[in-house]
Design a protein around this ligand. Structure first.
Ligand code: ADE
Ligand code: ZN
Length: 316
């Protein structure tokens, strides 16, 4: 099996329908709006974000979150993953009634349990939610900078890219940069190439979540390659959310061919009927990547991981 590593997966978006249903029974909540017949239901990006919020709202205690992280990383390890960074969202936990620190500690506990059982190494990237506004994202950055958790190594921003301007979030990312955290930001998914350029100019992240719509501007693709910015590409997510109409139009092979540093990721796996293993399979079948190239994508992910050098060397 080709070894795998994942840099871009939203932990609330990784909750399996079975786990969400058992949480719904625990809290006596009806899920039929967003989860029916054992599968998530939504029809566009906005309704996907609503389904994501509804699922997240069913994780309310420390044990709920520990189980979520343990369940996800244990399954990932079975697919051949040796490393996983999970995107976490303390804003969602607070809305569900749990403090940000209790939430972060609980996810850390789940990661430790999965590591003890399988050997998979995990880290936490705390994210702010763009459409909650610049103030909320700054609060998330301040919390990340101060939280002191051993497994928290990065800061990012997810959410609706159509909301606000990149420059509104500069302060948040400055706070995180000054704290020595790795930086990643969603751009070039529902925003065009201009969004990727704005991320490079205003945020200066080491990595970009998606970034695929940079393909609309060849000069920008050259810049990404020259600056070595790593793209967290999520092919199945892009097709299911209709960022591109089909795999033949997906730019992953062109970005790779242009010398960009590309990684494979699952984003919100059960929402998109995918998994990290499936993303590697899609890259093999639809993009024609051979095992040597797939191994090199894993290597890129480990090189770009927000992890200490001792662990990186062990993983490489
Ligand atoms: N949050 C969870 N999944 C996301 C995605 N694909 N884009 C932006 N924000 C997200
Ligand atoms: Zn994402």
């Amino acid at each position: 099996m080709v070894p795998k590593a994942e840099l871009h997966c939203h932990i609330e978006g990784a909750a399996s329908p079975d786990l969400v249903l058992s949480q719904a029974r625990k809290y006596g909540v009806d899920t039929s709006d967003f989860l029916r017949d054992g599968a998530y239901h939504w029809y566009d990006f906005t309704s996907f974000l609503a389904a994501y919020d509804a699922a997240a709202n069913l994780f309310r205690s420390e044990e709920d979150y520990a189980l979520l992280a343990e369940d996800y990383l244990t399954g990932l390890s079975r697919e051949g993953a040796v490393y996983s960074e999970i995107f976490t969202s303390p804003d969602h936990a607070e809305r569900a009634g749990l403090s940000r620190m209790a939430y972060t500690n609980a996810l850390g506990e789940g990661i430790e349990r999965a590591r003890a059982a399988t050997g998979i190494e995990g880290r936490i990237i705390i994210t702010g939610v763009r459409h909650f506004g610049a103030g909320a994202v700054e609060d998330a950055a301040r919390f990340t900078a101060a939280c002191g958790h051993r497994l928290v190594t990065g800061f990012g921003m997810a959410g609706d890219e159509r909301f606000g301007n990149m420059r509104d979030y500069e302060n948040a990312f400055e706070i995180a940069r000054e704290a020595g955290l790795g930086l990643t930001v969603h751009a070039g998914e529902f925003g065009g190439w201009e969004s990727v350029e704005a991320a490079l100019n205003h945020i200066r992240p080491a990595r970009i979540g998606h970034g695929v719509r940079a393909i609309e501007n060849p000069d920008l693709v050259r810049r990404l390659a020259e600056e070595g910015v790593v793209l967290e590409v999520c092919p199945v997510s892009n097709i299911v959310l209709k960022v591109f109409p089909d795999y033949a139009s997906h730019p992953l092979p062109a970005l790779l061919g242009a010398g960009c540093r590309v990684t494979l990721n699952s984003d919100d796996p059960p929402h998109f009927h995918t998994s990290l293993g499936h993303e590697y399979q899609v890259a093999r079948e639809h993009f024609g990547l051979d095992d040597a190239t797939l191994r090199s994508l894993t290597r890129t992910a480990i090189e770009a991981a927000f992890v200490d050098e001792t662990t990186r060397t062990r993983l490489l």
